[in-house]
Design a protein around this ligand. Sequence first.
Ligand code: NAD
Length: 336
Amino acid sequence: MYKTALVCGAGGFIGHHLVKRLKAEGFWVRGADLKYPEFCNTAADDFIQCDLRDVHSCKRIIDRSFDEVYQLAADMGGAGYVFGGENDADIMHNSALINLNILNYACEAGVKKIFYSSSACIYPEYNQMDPDNPICSEESAYPALPDSEYGWEKLFSERLYLSFYKDKKIEVRIARFHNIFGEEGTWQGGKEKAPAAICRKVAETADGGEIRIWGDGKQTRSFLYIDECLEGVRRFMDSEFTGPINIGSAEMVSINELADRVMAIAGKHLRKIHVPGPLGVRGRKSDNTLVKHKLGWAPSQPLNKGLRKTFDWIEAQLSIQKVCYNEFKQIEISAS
Ligand code: NAD
């Protein structure tokens, strides 16, 4: 008999990859999201387009005791969206409503296990001032001082899930993702993250040109390729541990180095121009001590492997856009 799963946020980057992974493992999968996946068809058996801030929608999609629910839906984006200062009310209100609704109805419907995607953004700013030595072990989350309202909402929701686990006896798994990237993720429009933004800038700039980098580029991060993220999520769901645990890479690079690596992949020499922009903390990387201890596993792929695949995909997206634009211009010219 197959297992059943509900993926909330199945139209998003991690969600639609997760649907594919669960299907490959033999699950019957329902996806739910405001939108369908942007770059390919969903692999879900059933996809319900709905607003998860709405209680009736949540009740409708959780109409059975799914074996597993994955709650990935959130109002989120890259640094430009999260640290821009204009979206805080939406981020907190929308994501909190989604979590309150989903968890409540999952409990009512007798769901066996629920996964919640928290974020490295919950870690206190005071531990991430030194770009070479950030502290991001799970227990360092308190005393809390995230550097964004996005981080505060994630921390509130972690506590919400833990309270339901304690009081209502639903099995919960909480992971803190650290910068997940890969193909079929947002790569333009303002919600893209650093790896996708840099791949796009490098791909669209001719050799010898220049690209803009926010800040001095010395801020550090670790980036995890999507396939390894999903491996971690599935191992975690099958484990006995509630979490929270980090799911991220321990390979830390500065944003300047990230840009240099993408340029090397593209075979281009570009000048980096540093401009003011929203930044976040000075340093952050995943501490994988606990994940190794609890799951006997940690991500191990070198960053460059995933970067190359992501760059190739974004370069291909730009070519498709160019062809479409030229065809459109051709039609305009012949019509006039
Ligand atoms: P994403 O933005 O691609 O996916 C989120 C999805 O949620 C989107 O498809 C969006 O349409 C959907 N959504 C938002 N509001 C909704 C609503 N009201 N009703 C229904 N659907 C709604 O983001 P992602 O990168 O796939 O991230 C998935 C989860 O992982 C999020 O919770 C995010 O906060 C968390 N996370 C991601 C990263 C990362 O690097 N990608 C890092 C840390 C945490």
